[in-house]
Each structure stands twice: as structure tokens, then as C-alpha cells.
Design a protein around this ligand. Structure first.
Ligand SMILES: *Cc1c(COP(=O)(O)O)cnc(C)c1O
Length: 429
């Protein structure tokens, strides 16, 4: 692409295209990407950047993976889409079956939908409707801990961290959920008794009005990239069961191996009543997510006055997305993602260690293929972005965080390049 063509496109972008979490017109021009292959993004000006973000947790196998490309083109040769009401097809059936085999034991039913936020909407609808069916319509609030992120549509927003989710702006619009403090940090630290007691007390106190507790297990993602002990998940499982409250795990970011277990719930050996997956489900090729539930939840809903789950996105079960998701799960099953995630974890630990001594850095943490450098101030995003792209890496720092979650196929030198760029960004930002 000539520099003139690129400039013309960027001018049109500035004129018409809204970007995530941005004003209109935009203030910082985005980079123009023309192709991506393996772990590299190619820019219009010919530069190549190693993608340390996996396109927001999703491209776990890298770009243009031959197996995923083949699954997509083969499916396009048969049918790209067909409605899911009254019709079904092999890619969706196979995908749902494989998902049930991979997720924690006991989740047997799969509702396919368009995006992570929609899967959280569906999960919440399942929980509210379950209690309504059982004659307890008053149980319709959610309890969650602070620091969470569950998506950008209104109900998921209501469970996001109240400060990060700008709840003050939305008072009177968002349903008011019950918030407890964020879990004490540290994956390896034993659960703190005072926090466990508080959880127990709050769930018990609100049980009559709670449909569910919803949390991101082990890693809180976009709400602050914090890690906590899997022990808290076991505690939540016990106390929700004891107080007639459902438990929802949002594994949209953590699912499919990212934290070193296929699902983060696996670190705790816990099965929630409802599980949300998304992001890496299609290996980053197409938008698709799912809410899975136990037979108990499904039976409860189906025994109610309105015995159906009244939800049905137009593109539910899209065959292209189902086919590529099935192929992505196939790669996880046959490949050695555990070894790759462990390798990336080790290299990130080594490569990020120097950041701990930098002024302005308060914490450096790594879990699975997730690396985080936390600053004691909001990052200068423009300066940090210049620093990392100058080193041939793509990262997107936000708030006080410089973080990466590279594709599992990232080779050693490229992981080290990413870690080096993070240290440089922390120095500059
Ligand atoms: C990204 C994310 C969502 C929202 O998913 P979208 O596909 O962006 O709607 C929800 N929960 C978690 C934990 C996420 O990381």
C-alpha cells in the first residue's frame, strides 16, 4: 500500500470510524494493519510488530493458522450461515459436544451466542429465570467482588467494578448489584480467613435477593489484571450452595489455557452452575461466545411458567464461527498448549524481573501466559506505545498497567522481545 493510500484510509477512519473506548472524532490515530501471520502484524508502512495482546486474549494460535484457515474456507464452501431456530448443523453440534467435554464436569448444556457480553447477559437471564421458575422471583440481584470486568452491555456493566465501570455516570440506569471488596491479591497465597468470613456473611445476608454470585476466577482481567487464590473459588462454591445462590464463572478471558489450566476453575477443582466462555473460543477468527449450564439450571428454567429460555440471537451458532471454534479446540486437544503456556510463563518471569527495580513500578506478576507490570501512576499511553512499537512489539497499556498475553505459539525470542518492550514501556511511561 502506498503512503498516499494509507493516509487516505486513515483520514476516512478519523472521519467515520469509532474505535473502542474512544471519543469521536478520535484523538490518537490508530495503526493501519494490512496483514497478520503467525504472531506478527504487518502495518501499511511495512513495519512488523509482534502481537503481545493476542488481539485481546483471542488469537491463541496466532494469525493465519493453516488448520483454522482450512476449517473456515471448507465451511464457507458448504454454508456460511443458517438460522438456528428450528434448524441445526454439524459444526454447532460438534462444537457444543467438545465444549462439554473440556469444561469442568457437570456443565452439560450450551447456549451459543455472539459475544462475551451477550453470554453474560444470557448467564444472568438463566439465573434470574431459574429462581423465577422456582417461585422465588425476588432473587434477582448479583453479588460480585470489586475489580471485575464482565462486558459493556448494561447488565454485564452493572457487575463491573463500580469505579472502572463509571457507575456514578449510570446511577438509576444500571441495576444495583451487591459489591464486596476485591479478593486479596496473590495466586499462591492461602485464602485469608477474615476475607472468607466476610464473603460468607455477605452472601448469607443478601441470600434472599441474590440470584447469583458472578466472578472471574483466578484472574481479574480488564478490571485490573489481578490474580487471587483459587481457594476463594472453593469457598464461593460452598457458601453459594449452602445459601441457595447460583455461581457464575466468567471465563471469557481465562478460558482455553491462558492461566495454565484449561479453565481457571480447574485450579480450584470447582464447577460453577453457569460458565461463560468467549474471546479465544474461535482462536480469534470470528466473534462467538457461549454460556454453559448444569442440568439442574436447565431443568429449573424448563419447569417454569415460561418454560423456555427467551433468547435467540440472529447469528446464534453461526456455522463459520462454529467450524473455526471446533478447529481451535481441536488444536488445543492435540497440541501441547500446557508446555507452551509454561514456557511463556518462565520467559515472562525472567524477562520482566528487571522491571521490579524500576522507579514507579509497584508490582510485577506473571501467571500462565499473562504478564503484568503495574505502575504507581497512570501510564502515559502514547509514550508507552511509541516505546513498544519502536522495539517491534504491539501492546496496549491501560490505566496503571503494562501487560501482555501473547499467542501460545510465540517463540522464545519473541516472548523475550515482548518482555523487553514491557520493561522499556514501564521505564518510559
Ligand atoms: C472481554 C470480556 C467480556 C466481554 O466480552 P466481549 O466479547 O468483548 O463482549 C466479558 N467478561 C470478561 C472477563 C472479558 O474479559
Amino acid at each position: 500500500m502506498s503512503p498516499e493510500e494509507a493516509d487516505a484510509l486513515l483520514a476516512l477512519d478519523a472521519e467515520h470510524v469509532w474505535h473502542p473506548y474512544g471519543p469521536m472524532p478520535g484523538t490518537v490515530p490508530p495503526l493501519l494493519v494490512t496483514e497478520a501471520e503467525g504472531v506478527r502484524l504487518r502495518l501499511a508502512d511495512g513495519r512488523e510488530l509482534v502481537d503481545g495482546m493476542s488481539s485481546w486474549w483471542s488469537a491463541i494460535h496466532g494469525y493465519r493458522h493453516p488448520v483454522l484457515d482450512e476449517a473456515l474456507t471448507a465451511q464457507a464452501g458448504r454454508m456460511s450461515h443458517v438460522m438456528f431456530g428450528g434448524l441445526t448443523h454439524e459444526p454447532a453440534i460438534r462444537l457444543a459436544t467438545t465444549l462439554v467435554e473440556l469444561v469442568p464436569d457437570g456443565l452439560r448444556h450450551v447456549f451459543l451466542c455472539d459475544s462475551g457480553s451477550v453470554s453474560v447477559e444470557v448467564a444472568v437471564k438463566m439465573c434470574l429465570q431459574y429462581w423465577r421458575s422456582r417461585g422465588r422471583a425476588g432473587k434477582r440481584r448479583l453479588l460480585t467482588w470489586r475489580g471485575g470486568y464482565h462486558g459493556d452491555t448494561f447488565h454485564p456493566m452493572s457487575a463491573c467494578d463500580p469505579d472502572g465501570g463509571m457507575h456514578a455516570l449510570w446511577r438509576g440506569v444500571l441495576p444495583e448489584q451487591v459489591f464486596v471488596p476485591a479478593p486479596p491479591p496473590g495466586f499462591d497465597r492461602a485464602p485469608e480467613k477474615s476475607y472468607v468470613d466476610m464473603l460468607e456473611r455477605e452472601v448469607a445476608r443478601h441470600a434472599g435477593e441474590l440470584a447469583a454470585v458472578i466472578v472471574e476466577p483466578v484472574v481479574q482481567g480488564a478490571g485490573g489484571m489481578r490474580f487471587h487464590s483459587p481457594g476463594y473459588l472453593r469457598v464461593l462454591r460452598e457458601i453459594t450452595a449452602a445459601h441457595d445462590v447460583l455461581l457464575v464463572f466468567d471465563e471469557i478471558a481465562t478460558g482455553f489455557g491462558r492461566t495454565g489450566a484449561m479453565f481457571a476453575a480447574g485450579h480450584a477443582g470447582v464447577t460453577p452452575d453457569v460458565l461463560c466462555v468467549g474471546k479465544a473460543l474461535t482462536g480469534g477468527y470470528l466473534t462467538m461466545a457461549a454460556a454453559l449450564c448444569t442440568p439442574e439450571v436447565a431443568r429449573g428454567i424448563s419447569a417454569g411458567e415460561v418454560p423456555v429460555l427467551a433468547h435467540g440471537p440472529t447469528f446464534m451458532g453461526n456455522p463459520l464461527a462454529s467450524a473455526v471454534a471446533g478447529a481451535s479446540l481441536g488444536l488445543l486437544r492435540t497440541g501441547d498448549w500446557q508446555a507452551d503456556v509454561a514456557r511463556i510463563e518462565r520467559l515472562l518471569r525472567e524477562g520482566l524481573a528487571p522491571a521490579a527495580d524500576l522507579p514507579g513500578v509497584v508490582d510485577v506478576r506473571v501467571l500462565g501466559a499473562v504478564g503484568v507490570v503495574q505502575l504507581d501512576h497512570p501510564a502515559d499511553v502514547a509514550a508507552a506505545t511509541r516505546a513498544v512499537t519502536g522495539r517491534g512489539v504491539w501492546l496496549r497499556p491501560f490505566r496503571d498497567l503494562v501487560y501482555a498475553m501473547p499467542p501460545y505459539v510465540t517463540e522464545d525470542e519473541d516472548v523475550s522481545l515482548i518482555a523487553g518492550a514491557m520493561v522499556e514501556a514501564a521505564r518510559t511511561a
